[in-house]
Design a protein around this ligand. Structure first.
Ligand SMILES: [Zn+2]
Ligand SMILES: [Zn+2]
Length: 276
């Protein structure tokens, strides 16, 4: 299994670093986990568009911002006869029910501002006018996708909107990508048990103030790895201008088999074997 690192930072691109995106390849299948701003600059469209499936972890803009680039490229490739299949894009269902409701939306559900924004994001994505080229489908924690020889499953994360960790299992390796998650209540320790690679967010560093538990400190990514015991913990979702070594140092103290995600790098995974 090959994992190409396309984007590692949030909330904006900076200095050849892009918002989140990881391209998994095994055999003829390609799975793009998140489509953050700038990630198409790391893709080889002549090859990568064929048999591509996109999975958006949640409807925050840093995780789907490059979908316009992908949509337009798909349209042009169709027109040039370079592509004859639609690219399938899986997105979470928007949050339609919450406890602290503020008003009734057009679906008849009580919603908060956060919920409303995911409905707007959902409507934006599914009304791009690109249905001839992109095919949107929704998923949740019960969904299992079998794409060629890859089996893909999901776990719900504590985060402001419906957000999912993704597990990709193939003959040769298993990886889990956390996407964005709070610390309390996430089930990554179980979900990522003994994986070959755990790609885990580490948005905060010791000394930074986290106003709410929607993201992890690098140390917490290390703590999760201590129990999940992946062959390698790969940190991602950094602040654009902070050196990645700072995150590495904090997590490595807790879990020695830790590395940082770097744009453009391709990891080759075999079971319990990692060559960075
Ligand atoms: Zn998020
Ligand atoms: Zn994010």
């Amino acid at each position: 299994m090959l994992v190409k690192i396309c984007g590692t930072v949030s909330p904006h691109c900076y200095n050849n670093k892009n918002c989140p995106g990881f391209l998994i390849q095994e055999g003829k299948s390609k799975i793009l986990l998140d489509c953050g701003n700038g990630i198409t600059s790391e893709m080889n469209m002549e090859k990568d568009l064929n048999n591509l499936t996109v999975i958006i972890s949640h409807l925050h803009k840093d995780h789907y911002g490059d979908i316009l680039s992908l949509a337009y490229t798909t349209y042009v490739h169709h027109n040039l006869g370079l592509l004859d299949k639609k690219v399938k894009v899986f997105i979470p269902k928007p949050n339609l029910t919450t406890i602290d409701a503020t008003y009734i939306n057009l679906y008849g559900d009580k919603v908060t501002k956060t919920t409303e924004s995911t409905i707007n994001d959902y409507n934006f994505l599914t009304n791009l006018g690109m249905e001839q080229y992109l095919e949107f489908e929704t998923y949740d924690e019960k969904t299992i996708l079998n794409i060629d020889d890859l089996k893909i499953s999901f776990a719900r994360n504590p985060h402001q909107v419906n957000t999912y960790s993704t597990k990709v299992i193939s003959q040769s390796a298993t990886i889990v990508y956390s996407s964005d998650t709070g610390f309390k209540g996430n089930i990554l320790e179980e979900f990522a048990k003994n994986t070959d690679l755990l790609i885990c967010e580490s948005s905060f560093l010791k000394g930074q103030v986290r106003k709410s538990d929607n993201h992890l400190y690098a140390k917490e990514a290390g703590l999760i790895a201590c129990n999940a015991k992946p062959a390698t913990l790969l940190l991602t979702h950094f602040w654009p201008s902070i050196p990645k070594e700072n995150y590495l140092e904090e997590a490595k103290n807790i879990y020695p088999n830790t590395d940082v995600a770097e744009e453009g790098k391709v990891l080759r995974l075999e079971r319990r074997n990692y060559n960075g």
